[in-house]
Design a protein around this ligand. Structure first.
Ligand code: DX5
Ligand code: ZN
Length: 234
């Protein structure tokens, strides 16, 4: 049986001067989680959210907070995001192992990897679980799945845009990764980037049941209609 759809609101497109109000609007509309895009200006070209914002959000919602760490050396920050109140911590696999020659310089994006260093990734996933949190791995659009580490995570997030910004176009070439995951993985299968009324059905059919959305949701003046239609795809 298909799992129910969960919508995760990516606050990257929220009004940061009215974050508590936007959190409430999302809750009232039936959002199940909040997705927090943490970017360091090195792993991705953009610079966004640190643990202080997670801590502030924690005071305003009982819903699941997921911290998507698009930062170099994410292992050093696991504890601070966990302490700040994140329930799920999402690690990009491209931070574990040697970079592809095309993304070795600090300003070359998206970051890619030659081969995942499963030992150090596994150690960080363990660290997350020891802190009582759920551990996810994230794959950039051109990064192949690393199936060896699936037993060590609670969820997998497939990027359907190159990470860095909201409002980009969905990359359908990632759909086979979702299909494969659905065959072999029992945990959460999430998709992030360019989700809207046209692309969400493709992602769900391929195997995703956690839909992350920033601009589609926050660009609408009818949050509950957006959530309802996404959830009806189950
Ligand atoms: C991209 C972020 C996404 C982004 C999604 O780097 O990881 O979570 O906020 O934005 P939309 O839904 O607008 O593509
Ligand atoms: Zn994200």
């Amino acid at each position: 049986m298909n799992k129910p759809i969960e919508v995760s609101a990516s606050i990257l497109a929220a009004d940061f001067s009215q974050l508590a109000r936007d959190i409430k609007r999302c809750e009232d509309a039936g959002v199940g989680r909040f997705h927090i895009d943490c970017m360091d200006g090195h792993f991705v070209p953009n610079l966004t959210i640190g643990p202080v914002i997670v801590e502030a959000m924690r005071k305003h919602t009982p819903l699941i907070l997921e911290a998507h760490l698009m930062i170099e050396h994410p292992g050093h920050y696991i504890e601070s995001y966990a302490k700040a109140g994140a329930d799920i911590i999402q690690l990009q696999v491209e931070c574990y192992g040697e970079r592809l020659p095309s993304s070795r310089l600090w300003n070359q994006w998206p970051k890619g990897i030659e081969k995942v260093d499963t030992l150090s990734l596994r150690a960080d996933l363990k660290k997350i679980r020891h802190l009582g949190k759920k551990a996810f791995v994230v794959f950039n659009p051109t990064t192949p799945l690393c199936e060896d580490i699936l037993n060590d995570c609670d969820g997998v997030l497939i990027m359907s845009v190159n990470p860095g910004f909201a409002g980009q176009k969905f990359m359908p070439e990632v759909l086979p990764k979702l299909k494969r995951l659905k065959e072999i993985f029992k945990g959460d299968i999430a998709i992030d980037g360019g989700i809207n009324a046209q692309t969400a059905p493709l992602a769900v059919t391929a195997g995703a049941h956690v839909l992350i959305t920033a601009s589609y949701l926050f660009g609408s003046d009818q949050f509950s209609d957006v959530i309802k239609s996404l959830k009806s795809l189950a």
